[in-house]
Design a binder for this molecule. Structure first.
Ligand code: NAI
Length: 254
């Protein structure tokens, strides 16, 4: 893939799971990685994996729900590594519950992490992309945006991100900035393992049950998502704008 080499990429939620895979894949394509997560130490593995490949990465601590922290860390990254022209909004949490049991904390923490967090990061980073007249932004939606029992908070946040994707594709397109989203289905990460435990299921058995419902008869890997993220960050995707790409082994929700 072309166009990524030498670009500074900010990946949020990069300590593990899909964010880690996004960071490693973009580094393989030549990007310099700012790996951001709640704690700097938690990004050590990601940074190590990237440096092993001879690529450059640095860890940053930030809670994406805080606009002040995001503004500060983005300024720091730009000072350390240069103008940020790739942004992968990936940080996320789940706090599942049926609506009659859902607390304010469960509602707001999920909305704030996905929706406000992605907004904070995008607002802070777009100014570098506008200056450079080049940028790629990828949001991380989910098949849950199409509706999922027990996830009214998460589904609303992810559907909101899809609206944000289309709107910013219109606003930022004239500055040669592409804005797209990936919408993964079931991907084997800590997040889905935690869901299995919450449902009192063995994670491996839960994974197999989900795989049986997917036409391709397997669940996704973080790398499956990272491959599409890297494509959306590349020049090969330079006429793709405002799209949400479902990556679920199925036409939409399996
Ligand atoms: P994960 O739980 O393994 O990793 C999420 C990362 O985000 C963690 O390192 C966590 O510390 C970080 N994070 C959470 N809140 C943060 C905050 N306020 N500030 C900074 N970092 C924060 O999750 P996974 O599975 O890798 O998910 C990544 C993204 O993909 C999320 O947005 C998730 O909603 C989305 N997704 C995941 C799917 C799956 O099946 N695993 C399916 C569809 C979407």
């Amino acid at each position: 893939m072309t166009g990524i080499t030498g670009r500074v990429a900010l990946v949020t939620g990069a300590a593990r799971g899909i964010g880690q895979a996004d960071a490693v894949k973009l580094a393989e394509e030549g990007a310099v990685i700012a790996a951001l997560d709640l704690y700097e130490e938690s990004c050590a593995t990601t940074v190590g994996l990237i440096r092993e490949k001879g690529a450059q990465a640095k860890a940053y601590a930030c809670d994406v729900t805080s606009s002040r922290q995001v503004e500060e860390v983005v300024a720091q990254i730009a000072q350390d590594l240069g103008p940020i022209t790739l942004l992968v909004n990936n940080a996320g949490i789940t706090r599942d519950n049926l609506i009659f049991r859902m607390t304010d904390e469960e509602w707001f923490s999920v909305i704030n992490t996905h929706l406000t967090g992605s907004f904070n990061c995008t607002r802070a980073v777009q100014r570098y992309m506008v200056q450079e007249k080049w940028g790629k932004i990828v949001f991380t939606s989910s098949t849950s945006a199409l509706g999922n029992r027990g996830q009214v908070n998460y589904a609303a946040a992810k559907a909101g991100l899809e609206g944000m994707t289309r709107t910013l594709a219109i606003e930022l397109g004239p500055f040669n900035i592409n804005v797209n989203a990936v919408a993964p289905g079931f991907v084997d990460t800590e997040m889905t393992r935690a869901t299995a435990y919450r449902l009192h299921k063995d994670p491996e058995q839960w994974k197999q049950e989900r795989a049986n419902q997917i036409p391709l008869r397997r669940v996704g890997t973080p790398r499956d998502i990272a491959n599409v993220v890297a494509f959306l960050c590349s020049e090969e995707a330079s006429f793709v704008n405002g799209q949400v790409i479902y990556i679920s082994g199925a036409p939409g929700r399996a």
